[in-house]
Design a protein around this ligand. Structure first.
Ligand SMILES: Nc1ncnc2c1ncn2[C@@H]1O[C@H](COP(=O)(O)OP(=O)(O)OP(=O)(O)O)[C@@H](O)[C@H]1O
Ligand SMILES: [Mg+2]
Length: 379
C-alpha cells in the first residue's frame, strides 16, 4: 500500500505537530502555506504555496492528497463545496467546519440540542447589545460571530459607551452577546472521532487563560469525578452533534459548580499539546487516525499529571530559540519549538512536563519556559 497523503490547509504549529505524528506512522503530509518560512512548511514532506483564500491553491493541494484536513477553520465555504464537488475527501467536513468557525451557530446548535450554554443573543447593532445587558446585567461579553482567535474578536463591555465603541470598530459585523460568566475554572475536552462515529475521549484538562489567551494546561483537571464525567459526556454529545472527524476540542466554563460550553475547534487544539508526551496516543496522532478512518488510539495519561506551558514572543529576547539548550537543561522538560519568528504575544513554542502532581510538573515546566520567555518570572 502506498503511504497515505494527508493535505493540511494552513502551515502553523498545529500542522507542524501533525506532520511530526504523521512521519512516525509513515503518513506523508503536504501543507498549503503562504511561504516556505511558515512553521509546518519548514518540515512537511510536501509544500504547496498559496493562500487558503485561493480556490486554485486549495485544488492544487487536494489533487496531491488522499484526504484534506485543516490547521485552521477559516476557509471559504464555497471553496470547500468546490473541493467536495471535485471528489476530494474533506475531514472534518464542511458542515462541521461551518459550525466551528461560527460562534453564533454554535450557540444556536448546542442550545437546540439541550446542551448547556451561557445566556446569549444575536446582535447586529449596538442597541441590541445594550438591551441584552439591561435584561441580563452588565458587563456583557461581545464576540465577533466569525474569525476570532486568541482573544481577538472578544470584548467585555461594562457600559453602553463601551458597546458603542465595539460596534463602531466592527461596523456591519454579526455579534454574539452573552452573559459575563464568573469563571471558577476553564476546562477543555478533546474528542477524537472517526467518520463512522467511533470516539476516543481524552482526560478533561484545565486551561489557564490570561487576557483571553491560553497560557497553561493541567491534565487531568483538578475537579471531582462527577464533573469530569459530565464534561466528557458533553464533549461526546457535541462531537456527535457537529459530526466531527478527527480531533474536536470543546472549551467549557465552570461556574457555580456547573458546566457551560464556551466554544469548539474542529482540529488539534492548544489544550491538547500535553498529550504528545502525556498520553498513550497524542491528539495529533488521533487526529490523523480519525481523518484516515483508522482505529483510534488509547487516550489515557501515562503519568499522574501532565502540564503544558506556552512560550510567547516578548519583544525583549530577540532570538529565544538560542535559549533552547538552557530550557532543555530542566529535568524532564519536553521543549517544542515551532520555528516561527519572534513577535510580542506570538505563540513560539511550548513545554510539557510529567510528574507525580500537577504542582511538581508545573514548577519544572515554568522553569523551562522561563529560560525561553523571562516574562514567566515571578509566578
Ligand atoms: N461569556 C464569558 N464570560 C466570561 N469570560 C469569557 C466569556 N467568554 C469568553 N470569556 C473569556 O475569554 C476567553 C476567550 O474567549 P473565546 O474562547 O470565545 O475566544 P477566542 O479568541 O475564540 O479563543 P481562543 O483563544 O480559544 O482562540 C475565554 O477563554 C474566557 O477566558
Ligand atoms: Mg477559546
Amino acid at each position: 500500500m502506498p503511504a497515505p497523503v494527508v493535505g493540511i490547509v494552513g502551515a502553523g504549529q498545529l500542522a507542524r505537530m501533525l506532520h511530526e505524528a504523521a512521519s512516525a506512522l509513515g503518513i506523508n503530509t503536504v501543507v498549503l502555506a503562504n511561504s516556505h518560512d511558515e512553521s509546518a512548511a519548514q518540515v512537511a514532506a510536501g509544500v504547496e504555496i498559496g493562500s487558503p483564500d485561493d480556490l486554485d491553491a486549495l485544488l492544487r493541494l487536494a489533487r496531491r492528497c488522499d484526504v484534506v484536513t485543516f490547521d485552521h477553520e477559516l476557509v471559504n465555504p464555497e471553496h470547500l463545496a468546490a473541493l467536495a464537488d471535485e471528489g476530494h475527501v474533506l475531514r472534518p467536513g464542511p458542515g462541521t467546519l461551518e459550525v466551528a468557525v461560527n460562534k453564533l451557530e454554535q450557540r444556536r446548535r448546542f442550545e437546540a440540542a439541550g446542551l448547556p450554554v451561557p445566556a446569549w443573543a444575536k446582535a447586529t447593532q449596538a442597541v441590541e447589545i445594550t438591551r441584552f445587558a439591561e435584561r441580563h446585567g452588565w458587563p456583557v461579553v461581545v464576540k465577533a460571530s466569525r474569525g476570532g482567535y486568541d482573544g481577538r474578536g472578544v470584548w467585555i463591555c461594562a457600559s453602553p459607551d463601551e458597546v458603542t465603541a465595539v460596534a463602531r470598530m466592527d461596523a456591519g459585523g454579526v455579534f454574539v452577546v452573552e452573559e459575563f460568566v464568573v469563571l471558577e475554572q476553564e476546562l477543555a475536552v478533546l474528542v477524537a472521532r472517526r467518520p463512522g462515529g467511533e470516539t476516543a475521549v481524552y482526560p478533561v484538562v484545565e486551561t489557564v487563560q490570561r487576557d483571553g489567551v491560553c497560557h497553561e494546561v493541567v491534565a487531568p483537571a483538578l475537579i471531582g469525578e462527577e464533573l469530569a464525567a459530565k464534561a466528557r459526556q458533553i464533549g461526546e454529545a457535541v462531537a456527535a452533534e457537529v459530526g466531527s472527524t478527527g480531533n474536536l476540542a470543546i472549551e467549557m466554563f465552570v461556574t457555580d459548580g456547573k458546566l457551560l460550553i464556551n466554544e469548539i475547534a474542529a482540529r488539534p487544539h492548544n489544550a491538547g499539546h500535553f498529550s504528545i508526551e502525556g498520553c498513550v496516543t497524542s491528539q495529533f496522532e488521533n487526529h490523523l487516525r480519525g481523518v484516515l478512518d483508522w482505529p483510534l488510539g488509547d487516550t489515557a495519561l501515562v503519568a499522574p499529571a501532565a502540564v503544558m506551558v506556552n512560550v510567547f514572543g516578548n519583544g525583549k529576547v530577540a532570538e529565544p530559540a538560542g535559549k533552547i539548550p538552557e530550557a532543555t537543561a530542566v529535568s524532564g522538560a519536553h521543549v517544542h519549538w515551532y520555528g516561527k519568528g519572534s513577535r510580542p504575544g506570538r505563540k513560539l513554542g511550548h513545554v510539557t512536563t510529567l510528574g507525580p502532581t500537577a504542582d511538581e510538573a508545573l514548577a519544572r515546566a515554568r522553569a523551562a519556559a522561563f529560560a525561553l520567555d523571562p516574562r514567566e518570572m515571578g509566578r
